[in-house]
Design a protein around this ligand. Structure first.
Ligand code: 5AD
Ligand code: SF4
Length: 439
């Protein structure tokens, strides 16, 4: 079936922050083609930028596709992008015939060609992982808010036994030094005050600076520190194995590097960590956090946990709880194990944990993590700090910003979006703080 080239588009991103970043880049790319942004209900083209990390996330795309049918029986041109596209490829168009385009995370710079193909009624599938990076083919950064994401590294070579990322995002690749710094400057030129460097293993970033010297993520952060109008730098997500002494030291030395570290551990049991192929132990993880805290005593720590991994006993799970108690996290993400096709853990069917047990463990873990999050927020009370104003709040005169420790802060101020202002933190809830502007 041939159809007109779409004039308007809508990009909907699911999953991690890298998908948010990719979604923004697709938006800029389609905008540069002369298409206008529209709502999901009236756009000519809808791009579903999908996540494959857990089964629920992956299945969501199919119910979403069904929902795109409109009251008058028509539907937009539909593109499935992201990790489900990479993992399932042509299978998607077999399961959901409405889908016109399938495009993987390393191929979306070719979206305009795929749209043209789909309009001609041709198969439009591209899940290549080309050696040449997509980034060079994307337009310059468009105007945006004060907090920006910047992908510096993609892919993963760690092969944790439960995880699809090494298959959907491919091998670890670092973007070159110069490309990252150019994009960072471009983001600052269009309004960014804070940049979060993104990568599945962001702390494995490696490259050469303009003088040919080898650099790690700490060197890249030091170079970003020299961009005058950039005020804050963050990075996520890191792997314990790549947490170098230089990067740890950077937390104590670089004022713009915010006091927050997301360092997933997944489990507190060495037996489970081994079965997960995590390449760190409970003690080596804790030792890293001790060194990070020595470098930056006020650092807010965050992590990811999986409960109900195949073979996890009650004693293993209690090791996880005891690790959490020992660390004292500011914020955490925790998930029930989800068997993903093609991963080694999905073969451990004899050791699968019944869902009721996994759910009960998740609840116990989340209760503890929520208590810790509230406790952390309460330790902020009375602190004088700086808040980056991000958006208007719900009440008149209210604004919402971010503390250095990544907490949302609600306050009344006439400061504009993008300003960084001194604030006293005066109230603390589980998910946000109240502040009083000090000027
Ligand atoms: N099941 C449950 N959680 C998973 N994660 C990754 N793969 C799985 C899976 N198969 C979690 C990990 C990772 C986060 C991004 O998602 O905790 O750090
Ligand atoms: Fe997945 Fe492990 Fe790689 Fe993280 S380090 S992306 S959990 S394989």
């Amino acid at each position: 079936m041939t159809r007109p080239i779409p004039k308007s588009f809508h990009v909907k991103s699911f999953g991690c922050q890298m998908n948010v970043y990719d979604g923004e880049r697709m938006t800029e790319l389609l905008g540069a083609q002369g298409m206008t942004a529209a709502g999901a209900d009236d756009a000519d083209l809808v791009v579903l930028n999908t996540c494959h990390i857990r089964e629920k996330a992956a299945e969501k795309v199919y119910s979403d596709i069904g929902r795109l049918r409109r009251g008058d029986g028509t539907r937009p041109m539909i593109a499935v992008a992201g990790c489900v596209a990479q993992a399932e490829g042509a299978e998607i168009t077999r399961r959901a015939r409405e889908v016109d385009i399938v495009v993987g995370p390393q191929a979306y710079h070719r979206l305009p060609d795929l749209v043209a193909k789909a309009a001609r009624g041709e198969t439009a599938l591209d899940t290549d992982m080309p050696a040449a990076s997509k980034f060079g083919a994307l337009p310059r950064r468009a105007k945006q808010g004060p907090c920006a994401f910047l992908t510096v590294q993609e892919g993963c070579d760690k092969f944790c036994t439960y995880c699809v990322v090494p298959y959907t995002r491919g091998a670890e690749v670092s973007r070159p030094w110069r490309a990252v710094l150019d994009e960072a400057r471009a983001l600052v030129d269009v309004g960014a005050r804070e940049i979060t460097l993104l990568g599945q293993n962001v702390n494995a970033w490696a490259g050469e600076d303009e003088r040919g010297r080898s650099q790690g993520l700490d060197g890249l952060i030091r170079a970003l520190d020299r961009i005058p109008d950039l005020a804050r730098i963050r990075y996520t997500t890191s792997h314990p194995a790549d947490m170098t002494e230089e990067l740890i030291a950077a937390h104590g030395e670089i004022g713009k590097l915010m006091p927050y570290l997301h360092l997933p551990v997944q489990s507190g049991s060495d037996r489970v960590l081994k079965a997960m192929n995590r390449s760190h132990s409970r003690d080596s993880y804790l030792a890293i956090l001790d060194r990070v805290r020595a470098a930056r005593p006020d650092i807010a720590l965050s992590g990811d946990f999986i409960v109900g991994f195949p073979g996890e006993s009650e004693a293993d799970f209690e090791e996880t709880l005891s690790l959490v108690r020992r660390v004292g996290y500011a914020q955490c993400f925790s998930f029930k194990y989800s068997a993903r096709p093609g991963t080694p853990a999905a073969e451990m069917t004899d050791a699968f944990i019944p869902d009721a047990i996994a759910s009960e463990r998740l609840q116990r873990l989340q209760t503890l993590l929520n208590e810790q999050q509230l406790a952390f927020n309460r330790t902020s009370l009375g602190k004088h700090t700086e808040v980056l104003i991000e958006r208007a709040g719900k009440l008149p005169g209210q604004m919402v910003g971010k503390s250095p420790w990544l907490q949302s802060v609600h306050l009344t101020t006439d400061a504009a979006i993008g300003e960084i202002i001194p604030v006293e933190l005066v109230s603390a809830g589980p998910n946000s703080l109240g502040g009083a502007a000090l000027r």
